[in-house]
Design a binder for this molecule. Structure first.
Ligand code: SAH
Length: 421
């Protein structure tokens, strides 16, 4: 018997799920993702399904199945182990011509669910001809091929509409024939800490504009015909260089390219991503943002410092130290930060650390407050040095620590250290 594959458009259509256990818990999210009007019939629900019911994402009839539950359904998923109960659902679905998927016995089902892998707009569904293990093996192989970025899966921008992955404020501004700009956070340093979406969209770039802090291995994977522009090498002062970067992004996209602006960490955490987005919007270009794993949280985490910890810190504050306290252009109220009890994460702060530490001490933070410096976090060169707030600036100098590094101040430093003695 040969199968006939279909993509069901379930948006707003009723799907009945019989059973509220682990199988149903695994099946329901994809149904909701497809927009289905999900009705679950089961005496009890798992906590996850209960949460969805409480949130109004699905409807729940708290009892056993009755044939009338099939009323209005286009599809039924039987997620119960008991073959007698499952057969009862099949028997009621068949004369009503409602396709029935069975978790307990696929040979009794009128429809089979494939093994699935999703890559942006593309869904690959594999049916194993009666052998689910084979379907999973083939699916895994295809997923690995798609993830290795050799196969672009996005549709080109369609006339009159935005590209499939273009979201956000400018999505409606897509002009046919023009390219687009995607701001992607590359993560803190380990090339595996880019997001799945960031990696997929990076593989679609015609032009990649990078930064000093972008993991080199990500660039190493780009196809040979991708134009790579190193923004760190633009030979102007910072303000003019930013204008030049904006101009490159806009010019290349207007010429039709898919332009990826790849930035260390998250694009909007001291990354000037906002200015680049504004420049693209002003040019009427479709532009979207893929958030990244920011070093302000990832660098402490990689050095075993949780930025919050129960009973220790109920807040963490991320601050730039690139201007010294008291600088006329500084927007930071350092004396207010000195009065906080929680965790302080200082970015770009090594050069000004002596002044910063002095201001925090003068403002009331105790000199014995634990402090740590994490350099080149999540890379093979990661270093962590621990001190106290009173001593940290000297330790940075004597240990020869250098950027990129974050300074963490607060009792969370050391909270995960094994207690010795
Ligand atoms: N957008 C980036 C931050 C850019 S500002 C992000 O979200 O991570 C640059 C500062 O980030 C550096 O001076 C340093 O303080 C910090 N930084 C970036 N990468 C780092 C890393 N791997 N280890 C430690 N600090 C890092």
């Amino acid at each position: 018997m040969n199968l006939y594959p279909l993509g069901l458009r379930l948006d707003g259509r009723r799907v009945l799920v019989v059973g509220g256990g682990t199988v149903a818990t695994r099946r329901v999210p994809a149904l909701l993702d497809a927009g289905a009007d999900v009705l679950v019939v089961a005496p009890r629900l798992t906590p996850a399904l209960h949460g969805l019911a409480d949130a109004g994402r699905l409807r729940w009839r708290a009892r056993r199945f009755e044939p009338a539950d099939l009323e209005g359904a286009w599809l039924v998923q039987v997620a119960v182990d008991d073959p007698t109960a499952a057969a009862e659902v099949s028997a009621a679905a068949e004369p009503r011509r409602i396709f029935c998927v069975r978790a307990d016995d696929r040979t009794e089902a009128s429809a089979w669910t494939p093994a699935v892998t999703r890559h942006g707009p593309v869904t690959v569904a594999v049916l194993g001809g009666g052998d689910p293990q084979r379907a999973v093996r083939v699916r895994d192989a295809i997923a690995a091929r798609l993830a290795d970025r050799s196969i672009p899966v996005a549709a080109p921008p369609t006339a009159g509409g935005a590209a499939a992955d273009t979201a956000g404020p400018a999505a409606d501004a897509a002009n046919p024939g023009t390219g687009r700009v995607i701001l992607i956070g590359a993560g803190p340093g380990d090339p595996e800490l880019i997001t799945v979406k960031g990696r997929r969209l990076l593989a679609e770039a015609d032009v990649v504009v990078t930064d000093r802090l972008v993991p080199g291995l990500l660039l190493d994977e780009l196809a040979a015909d991708v134009e790579l522009i190193d923004a760190a090498k633009i030979p102007y002062g910072p303000a003019a260089a930013q204008e030049e970067i904006n101009r490159i992004l806009v010019d290349r996209a207007v010429a039709g390219a898919t332009v990826v602006r790849l930035k260390g960490g998250d694009p909007y955490v001291f990354g000037r991503g906002g200015e680049e987005l504004q420049a693209c919007l002003a040019a009427g270009l479709p532009v979207s943002v893929v958030p990244g794993v920011t070093s302000s949280i990832a660098a402490p985490a990689a050095a075993d410092i949780p930025v919050t910890h129960r009973g220790i810190a109920h807040e963490f504050t991320v601050v730039s130290g690139h201007l010294p306290p008291g600088h006329p252009q500084s927007l930071v109220d350092w004396s207010a930060l000195a009065r906080l009890r929680g965790t302080l994460v200082i970015m770009m702060g090594l050069k000004n650390l002596p002044t910063i530490a002095a201001v925090l001490l003068a403002g009331g933070r105790a000199a014995d407050t634990p402090a740590a410096v994490v350099q080149e976090a999540t890379t093979g060169a990661q270093r962590r040095v621990t001190a106290t707030l009173g001593a940290v600036a000297d330790v940075v100098a004597t240990e020869g620590l250098r950027p990129p590094a974050v300074v963490v101040v607060g009792d969370v430093v050391g909270v995960l250290e094994p207690i010795s003695g």
